[in-house]
Every structure is written in C-alpha cells, then in structure tokens.
Design a protein around this ligand. Sequence first.
Ligand code: HEC
Length: 159
Amino acid sequence: MRGSVKTMKTGFTLTVLLASGLGLGAVWAHSGATGIVKERMDAMTEIGDSVKSVGQMLKGEAPYNREKIADAGQAIAGHAGQALTDLFPEGSLHTPSEASPEIWADWAEFSKIAGTLKESAVALSDLAEAGAGEKDIAAAFGNVAGTCKACHEAFRIKK
Ligand code: HEC
C-alpha cells in the first residue's frame, strides 16, 4: 500500500517534469539549422531521446531495463559538461537557434548547470549499474530532468 502511493507520487512528478520542462513529444527537428546550431540541436535531441526512453520505463510504458538506463545516463553525460558548453561559442545565435544571449552574459551559471547535468547523469548511470531499486533510480532521474528544466528556463527562448 505504502509502495503504491510512492509510485503514484513518483509518476506524477515525472509526468509534470516531462510535460513542463522538456517539450517531449514536440517536433524538435528544426529544418534549416546549420553548423554549430545544428550540432547542438542534434546533441540535445539525443539527450532528449535518452531522457524519454528512461521516462517511459519509469512510467511503465516500456519494459524496465537497468542496462538501458545505465546506457542512457552515459549517453546524456557524454553530451553534458564541457561537451555541451563547447557547442555554444559566443554569439552563435543564428536562426533557428532558440539559445538566449543570457548564456554569454552568465557563462558561469550556464557552465555550472552543464556540469550538474553531467554529474547527475553519471550518478543515474552508476546507480543503474549497481542494481539500485526503482525508487532510487527515479529520484536520480528526477535530478537529471530538473537540470534540463533549470537550464532551459534560464537560457533557452521558446519560439
Ligand atoms: C546547460 C544548459 C542546458 C542543459 C543542462 C540542457 N539543455 Fe537542452 N537546450 C539548451 C539550449 C540553450 C537549447 C537551445 C539550443 C539552440 O536552439 O541553439 C536547448 C535545446 C534543447 C532541445 C531542442 C533541440 C532542437 O532540435 O531544437 C531539446 C530537445 C533539449 N534541449 C533537451 C534537453 C534535455 C532532455 C536536457 C536534460 C537531460 C537538456 N536539454 C539539458 C540548454 C540546455
């Protein structure tokens, strides 16, 4: 009984995070993107796909598979930290980029969130690898998803 309440709560949190922060399910492919803007949109799309696959497992919409969760965490981590910030050379805002000029006005904060994404994704992967329970995995996943949302709210302009 207690377990089911927790599951419901987790499910709710995930649904809210997924619906509000990430725009999952929306069409991401921006036609006409070139160069570094295309590169980072592609990287973000891959991150988004990984988040979506784990989210589906935690919501019971796909078979739960720790190995795949560990891989998804690694994939996200590989696009995070400096790999992420390297895709944002100063002033790279050409159409159809949704990046905010705030990125370069507050580079320290932007880099910090990129680093937090890497740490939280590695933590998720390590937990899955170590065979942690679903509740701990869901909490770690919540940290990852919260990081996406934090950065998008501050540094991405929805067009
Ligand atoms: C450190 C900041 C930062 C973090 C962390 C971050 N993003 Fe992004 N994301 C951005 C910015 C900035 C853009 C807009 C890039 C552009 O349009 O030039 C973006 C765009 C996107 C897009 C749209 C890509 C497209 O084709 O237009 C998706 C999807 C996305 N992010 C998913 C995620 C997910 C999922 C996470 C978390 C696992 C995440 N992002 C974490 C900054 C971040």
